[in-house]
Design a protein around this ligand. Structure first.
Ligand code: AMP
Ligand code: MG
Length: 331
C-alpha cells in the first residue's frame, strides 16, 4: 500500500513539477527609447529580436542619414521594404482618423525642434508656410510633393512590436512581454496561465493610473508628457495637430489603445490624442471590434471603451468612480 502511495506521489510530481520554462530578458536602446524584452523558453530569440529592431530602426528613422526614410525625404531613393509597408499602414490609419495621424507632419515636427531637441516656437507665418507642405492625401503614388517630408515615428514602435511578435511565434515562443518605450506587447499568457498585467501610466505623475489584463495584445499610450518643453510658462508637446500646425490641444492628457495589432494601436493612440474624446469615441464605435481605448482628460477623468470593463482597474490616486464607460449603443 505504501509503495502504491509513493508511486502515486511520484507520478503527481512528474505531472505538476515539470520545470516551468525559464524567463530570459534583455534591454536595449533603440528608436530613441529604452526597450525591454522578456521571453519564456528560447533565450536565443532575444538577440535576434534586438537585431530585428535595430534593422527596422535603420530603415525607418527620419534622422539617420543612411535610412530608407531619410533617402526618400531627400529625394535620393524611392521607398521600399519595411518603410513602404509602414507608410501604407499609416496611410490607412490617416484615412480612418480623418488625417489626425499624418506622416507628412514632419516639417512641423522639425520646426518645433522635436527631432533635434533644439526646441523653439515657430511664428505664425512660418507655421502657415509649413502647413502648405502637410497633407497625407497629397502623397499619391510614391513621390513626395515639393517640400514634403515624412516621419513614421508615430507608428514605428508598434510596427516593430508586431514584427518581434511574428519572430517569437516563428521560433515557438508562446509567452513573452516587450516594452518598446510606451509600446507594450504581451504575447500569449504568463507561464502559469494568468493574463499579463500591463500598467497604464498616469499622465499627471510618474506613477500608474491603472492596469489592464491582456493576452496577445498591444497596449500603447500616447501623451503630451512624453516629450515637451516650456517657454514663457506655456508647455508645448510633440504631438502636432496636422490641421493647425500646433501641439494638439484636444482636452486629452493621454490615450491608451489595446488590441492585437500593434501598428494600428500605435497609430491610433497618436491620432486619438489629436482628435479628442468625442471624435475618437465615434471612430471607435464605427470601427467595430479590433481595439479598445482608455482616455484620460485634462480634468483627470478616465473614459474606457466597453471591451475593457472587466480587464481595466484603476489605482493610485484614482477611484473607480472616476471611470466612465463608452458603449457602442450610446450617444
Ligand atoms: P507617438 O509617441 O506614437 O504618439 O508618436 C509621436 C511622434 O510622431 C512625434 O514625436 C512625431 O515624431 C510624430 N508626430 C507628431 N504628430 C504627429 C501626427 N499628427 N501624425 C503623425 N505623426 C506625428
Ligand atoms: Mg503612436
Amino acid at each position: 500500500m505504501r509503495r502504491v502511495a509513493a508511486l502515486f506521489c511520484a507520478l503527481l510530481c512528474l505531472a505538476s513539477c515539470s520545470p516551468a520554462p525559464k524567463k530570459h530578458s534583455s534591454t536595449l536602446f533603440a528608436m530613441d527609447t529604452v526597450m525591454e524584452l522578456q521571453v519564456y523558453g528560447d533565450e536565443s530569440v532575444l538577440a535576434s529580436s534586438a537585431e530585428l529592431i535595430k534593422e527596422l530602426e535603420s530603415e525607418l528613422s527620419a534622422t539617420d542619414e543612411h535610412s530608407a526614410v531619410y533617402a526618400f525625404n531627400h529625394r535620393s531613393a524611392g521607398l521600399s521594404g519595411p518603410a513602404l509597408d509602414v507608410l501604407s499602414r499609416a496611410m490607412d490609419i490617416s484615412r480612418l482618423t480623418g488625417g489626425a495621424l499624418d506622416v507628412t507632419v514632419y516639417p512641423l515636427v522639425l520646426a518645433w525642434g522635436f527631432t533635434t531637441g533644439q526646441y523653439r516656437v515657430p511664428d505664425k507665418t512660418e507655421i502657415a508656410g509649413l502647413l502648405e507642405k502637410v497633407g497625407y492625401e497629397k502623397l499619391t503614388g510614391l513621390t513626395l510633393p515639393e517640400g514634403a517630408m515624412i516621419d513614421l515615428g508615430a507608428v514605428a514602435k508598434g510596427y516593430a512590436s508586431d514584427k518581434v511578435v511574428e519572430l517569437w511565434r516563428e521560433k515557438g515562443v508562446t509567452s513573452g512581454l516587450m516594452s518598446l518605450g510606451g509600446n507594450v506587447y504581451a504575447l500569449g499568457v504568463k507561464p502559469g496561465g494568468d493574463k499579463w498585467t500591463v500598467g497604464v501610466r498616469d499622465p499627471f505623475s510618474d506613477g500608474l493610473l491603472g492596469s489592464v489584463e491582456v493576452e496577445n495584445a498591444a497596449v500603447v499610450t500616447s501623451g503630451g508628457y512624453e516629450r515637451y518643453f516650456e517657454e514663457n510658462g506655456v508647455t508645448y508637446h510633440h504631438i502636432i495637430d496636422p490641421k493647425t500646425g500646433y501641439p494638439a490641444n484636444s482636452g486629452l492628457a493621454s490615450v491608451t489603445i489595446v488590441g492585437p495589432d500593434g501598428t494600428l494601436c500605435d497609430g491610433l493612440s497618436t491620432a486619438f490624442f489629436v482628435m479628442g474624446l468625442d471624435a475618437a469615441a465615434e471612430t471607435w464605435k464605427s470601427y467595430g471590434p479590433g481595439f479598445e481605448a482608455i482616455f484620460v482628460t485634462d480634468d483627470r477623468e478616465i473614459y474606457i471603451t466597453e471591451g475593457l470593463e472587466s480587464s481595466f482597474s484603476v489605482m493610485g490616486s484614482y477611484d473607480k468612480s472616476d471611470v466612465r464607460v463608452i458603449r457602442r449603443g450610446q450617444n
